[in-house]
Design a protein around this ligand. Sequence first.
Ligand code: FAD
Ligand code: NAP
Ligand code: SF4
Length: 690
Amino acid sequence: MRHPYASVSPHMTPAASETPYPHLFAPLDLGFATLRNRVLMGSMHTGLEDRARDFPKLAAYFSERAAGGAGLIVTGGFAPNVVGWLTPFGGKLSWPWEVAPHRQVTRAVHEHGARICMQLLHAGRYGYHPLQVAPSRLKAPINPFTPRALSARGVERQISAFASAAARAREAGYDGVEVMGSEGYLINQFTAPRTNKREDAWGGSAEKRMRFAVEIVRRVREACGPDFILIYRLSLLDLVEDGNAWDEIVAQARAVEAAGATIINSGIGWHEARVPTIATSVPRGAFAGITARLKPHVSVPLVAVNRINMPEVAEGILAAGQADMVSLARPLLADPEWVNKARGGRARAINTCIACNQACLDHVFENKVASCLVNPRAVAETELNYLPATVKKRIAVVGAGPAGLACSTVAAQRGHAVTLFDAAGEIGGQFNLAKRIPGKEEFHETLRYYGHLLEETGVEIRLGTRVGPAELAGFDEIVLATGIAPRRVDFPGADHPMVVSYLDVLSGRASVAGRVAIIGAGGIGFDVGEFLVQEGESPSLDPVRWRAEWGVDLDGDGRGGLARPQPEPAAREVWLLQRSPGRPGARLGKTTGWIHRATLKAKGVKMLGGVEYLGGDDDGLRIRIDGAEQLLPVGSVVVCAGQEPQRELQAALQAAGATAPVHLIGGADVAAELDAKRAIAQGSRLAAGF
Ligand code: FAD
Ligand code: NAP
Ligand code: SF4
């Protein structure tokens, strides 16, 4: 049986004049403007917002998304003033000379019939600089800086800054602004009792706490006139203690509507929340229910957000009347053509966002320009292009893992004759193991996408073929994308039958017995841990179970939308071990590592650092930590100790006297710290140069 994420149902091939997603492609009349469809490209920081010299790149990036069919685009956040900066010298719009560079962006988007709003984001206590301000002098748990509490005049100055930034946005050609009132930024800090301890006109009662938000909307509307789109991003679920209660959120929605908001966008979770909101393990559409809950209370269009990555999910939300628009942020980073492909019934051709955060959010948190793991061209549109090849070549690619798939499809797209070999009977390499991890079901989509693209670009595929030099004769270029071999461990008893590799466990070749110790606590060790403690269907495929596990309450009246987390029992007892001292998992992804650590902790996995492996036998695994020996009474030891490059073929080709240039990519090139982001980017860039 095919995995639900591995296929797109065949009924989605419409007659040319129709779309299989009628709700998604119904125009939306705002009274003074009509949006061509229901897709709002959600705000995302790319790292190009901060310097005017990067605006031509930003324009090219948005231009592709507008040409790709998005109805309404929202930029990354721009601060209305210096104290509202997210980071020092971050993007802002407070001076007249800051207007002109934006015209390149607005013009580029309008040329393709889309509309664009600038997001106005005042970071408040999330500002990563010492000038930050907030309603009260309370430090955020995720920021070393303590904010200065605003005086009453200071509050007034922030409101004016929003209004004048919005007026400047209009001058720059924007069709509107999105006022960022969620995610725990300044406005949200005013509305929530968690961060607003004021007792003046801007705090105390719920009504006074929301006054700041309402005044901003009123003054922006006043400054920009009636025919200007004003999206208000309202936090529908704070997911923190002492957040807003549901009746307060409804009151805020009504008040911002009355003050002049055109559209209300949903905000889910503060950045300091300890509940995942967009990671790959969050079920698709998991939060649409909270937008639906607000629907009866307002009459402006509402936008559903988070983990809406495929057209059937978007259409389902709209058809059920849960929202009037859907926000797609990362999915349009992954595939700028997403909307056009959906409209034309070509969902199979969509390069799906797998919600890994590895090249987008993780980059932004590391102060690097964003990109996309499955699409290295994202935010590199002016620099990485797959132009038709001037000389057509015969290219052999050995290995159909992410590196080989990217390389062969880009080369074939450019007009080369490509043959792709793999020893396995299916494409995908290690992604076929990754997709079995609970919470990584989205990896099926990447394999579906590449399967389609191989067909579309005419790559000749030879599966079940372990390649030697003989098969590679006659090619102009040879690409070795043969991946890795798991590193073997060396301690007494390492050859005991209970010691197995992650490859064998995840592929089903080896089974584990009773309690289990995992050697190696890198990304794969954690994944194997999640695989071993989960029995039956993953909660990532079931929003109700997933919300119960993480303590998310869409229906209650409690503050912050939180409930008591109810983790499902672990399928078995597991130890996760590493030799390095300190906390296992410290090197996992910036925005997702904490989720993996929390998941295993909730399942009772014992995570130990500073471990010395003394030996394994029928009694279990003997280890030493801080000089103290102990016996872990396990029946299986799964080795996840990293990998070595697999490139024997290179030497064999040399020995056979092959004359064609040989290129190494992905794990075959460097196995250390290999991930699919590097494998796909390296494969794509190599092929762009053939
Ligand atoms: P591989 O995927 O290893 O592919 C190599 C291919 O070459 C294989 O299909 C093999 O059969 C074939 N081959 C080898 N020798 C020959 C030969 N002589 N002839 C023919 N074919 C040959 N990465 C991330 O970025 N994010 C994640 O969340 C993530 N999760 C993971 C979870 C798990 C459980 C695992 C195992 C890996 C995960 N990875 C993740 C890592 C990611 O899968 C790898 O970085 C990526 O697959 C490397 O790609 P590659 O093309 O270099 O090699
Ligand atoms: P890894 O991250 O390098 O981790 C290897 C682990 O094995 C470490 O904990 C290491 O810790 C231990 N180890 C290394 N040599 C050992 C030895 N000789 N004996 C015993 N233990 C040893 O490798 P990985 O977990 O295999 O992951 C491979 C790549 O896949 C990673 O680079 C990662 O980026 C990618 N990946 C990413 C994700 C993700 O979610 N982003 C998920 C899975 C995989 P000690 O040396 O301290 O023991
Ligand atoms: Fe989606 Fe990952 Fe690409 Fe970010 S890097 S857009 S999460 S696929």
